[in-house]
Design a protein. Sequence first.
Length: 101
Amino acid sequence: PFFVDNSVGASIRRALGARFDVMVSADRHRYEYYEALTSPTVASGLAPLDITWNYAGSIGYRLGREGRIGVGASYWTRDSTRSDERDYDNLRVGASLSYGF
């Protein structure tokens, strides 16, 4: 099996002075699942489908010109036509470190 992901998202990053910033984002993913060989559901146009939303926000501290360390949270939801057991919503909290070359 494989899936096709059609997604769209947007993010905004705003400086809060010389070193601090805040970032918010929203993303939507649409996953359509297919078998490697044609199956009756694919032929009829009823491929299993998952819709995932992600909303996130973080506060960061800039390290020089190319680096950032941040802490934030993201909220995820998934609605699935495959099974009600695949549906979920949860909150994730974490930290990030990025550096560009």
